[in-house]
Design a protein around this ligand. Sequence first.
Ligand code: MTE
Ligand code: MOS
Length: 765
Amino acid sequence: MTTTEPAPTTSPLSRRPDNPVVGEALHHEAATLHVTGEALYTDDLVGRTSNVLHAHPVQAPHPHARVTRLAVSAAYDVPGVVRVLTADDVPGTNDAGVKHDEPLFPSEVMYVGHAVCWVLGDTLEAARRGAAAVEVDYDELPALMTVEEAIEAGSFQGAQPTIQRGDAAAGLGRATHVFEGVTAFAGQEHFYLETHCALASVDENGQVFVQSSTQHPTETQEIVAHVLGRPSHAVTVQCLRMGGGFGGKEMQPHGLAAVAALGSILTRRPVRLRLSRAQDMTMTGKRHGFHSTWKVGFDDDGRFTGLEATLTSDGGWSLDLSEPVLSRALCHIDNAYWVPDITVHGRIAKTNKTSQTAFRGFGGPQGMLVIEDIIGRCAPVLGIPAAELRRRNFYVDGQATPYGQPVRHAERMVAAWEQVSETSSLAARRAEIDQWNAEHPHRKRGIAITPVKFGISFNFTTFNQAGALVHVYKDGSVLINHGGTEMGQGLHTKMLQVAATALGLPLERVRLAPTRTDKVPNTSATAASSGADLNGGAIKDACEQILARLATVRAELPDASWEELVAAAYHRRIQLWASGFYRTEGLSWDATTMTGHPFKYFAYGAAVAEVEVDGFTGANETRRVDIVHDVGDSLSPLVDLGQIEGGFVQGAGWLTLEDLRWDESDGPGRGRLTTQAASTYKLPSFSEMPAEFNIALLERAHEDGAVYGSKAVGEPPLMLAFSVREALREACAAFGPPGRPVELASPATPEAVYWALRAAREARS
Ligand code: MTE
Ligand code: MOS
């Protein structure tokens, strides 16, 4: 599957010892607990805690309104209601956002579902009834529901960055073909199986302990401290594991944890706050949808000469992560392609919706969708097959991205592309499909291949650091702790493998303790797919410190077992534990000029997808998908395989199924999220999985700059799903005459596919 054959230049960080535990195809460290239901999630702790209060929000029914009266006394008449939390109770700052634009208890509600206050009850039912009894009067204000409305009204928030290289106008001037268009596409609900949850308690000494389903315990700690008006050392946050985060728990857990902590301080009882699915969907942020306009030029050979684009993301009511998401979108509009002269403007619309946030890919998918849509639409008019047009524009070594970072290992993109073309029998199947389509007037098949190039590291250089704590006990057993969180992605599995490898021990000697801010402080979010790179580096550092201290003892006792060695070292008073630290070297980023070297490396991949579309309904199925993806030298091949499968399917869900709808009418329901349950929001399930799904890891892919030669895997595979969208476009095109562009809405739901194929079919007459 993967090779451990070292590249000619292996760094101390990337080099593997003999018989490493990394690279073994192990199952997820908690797989058994997951499938038996024994794995504990934050809310499972409630049953193990006594005297718990339950929190329920009072949610606003208007998309934009001033709160003119808030009367809570009726709630106290409800049996079991213990306390109502309002802005007056906040001892610190009434704000839940890192950007200080998110009042925790707002006096102006900004979207339907916005929590005005919270009710605590002995039971969830008591709290719910109490919330229903709270009286709120509103003064309604005008609301903006779409990006277009926000653009019209000039409603923007945050910075408006531009990425630029060369002279886009001159590039367009050199073109022999110029196209203009609009590409608009929707966001995505995270739909992690575990909804947001926090359980807070306070000890006899005033120390606040919050168990939270959070990807960023340190930031949850900071916001809780900020709201409580206490220093960070008075707040500890622990995350056992998450039942999925997908970026949705990078920033959104903080305010909820703060409400639970505040409630616990005021009542001296543990407070549990867990959102129901409908609350989670109506209160918390989603992937940003975007509206983008573009003008692109190609020369006679189909090579890009220039691109001008404006990307406007739908940020919702507050900023949270909208600025970095937009930056990543701008940094990924090139995907795998060299565009010599380019200007891309970005801005964030402020609308009366949930505050859109991180979601797997973090803007990367949005940027890439724009250029993949451009290529898909322009190829037929240029008379060049889309696959050929893509391939022709690939970066070659020596070229740099629009923000100035050289594209290292561009040849790996080509290797993935060629390998998947071959293993999927792309050319032969294309011919078969043409034949099949000629014989089937009402059903058409399409096949497409798309590439992925995704930058790994946080754009914001500071975040690329991590810490770890490794304890070796006197009996030789090892306990590790690191700053990353486990959300199903297998980070803990990889970290156990890294520690065992670094110490030269079998896996069973190493155990891992839950993520806590009092063990490893000042951590970054487990995000940007960098969890294993960063925390793996920190664990390896800690292990190597311990081994260095043991070296003198080892020299005296060359034949001692590990246990004997450790015991001897203890008697010699040698420290047997260490804290490790890692920071990614060689990074730079200037957010003003949008230039620099923000990524340690790029992850590459390519996918071939085949679909079949019904001409009467637009209903479609994905018949087969082949993927070749670059994970460097895999730390844990089974985990990586799961990440590739899951990422791809989640991407296909975003692009073809999941259809977020807000009420954009002027009726009384304006602003309401109309898809607030699994009954109206269609997620991919087994029936949408490709009937045939072949995944291979790119070989000879050692990454010199990362821990044990591996590459990050969490997000990049999501973008392999563009192949499905482009295959649908090919199938729609097959209903009409050749050489015409097919416009496909995103998500390309069966309905959208139907409209696209009907337009193609009608072009015949
Ligand atoms: N996989 C599972 N099963 N559940 C998740 O929530 N989140 C994704 C990805 N894979 C996620 C997942 C996202 S958004 C990111 S950034 C990475 O995992 C984070 O983990 P890593 O840095 O350890 O890869
Ligand atoms: Mo992932 S969107 O960076 O949490």
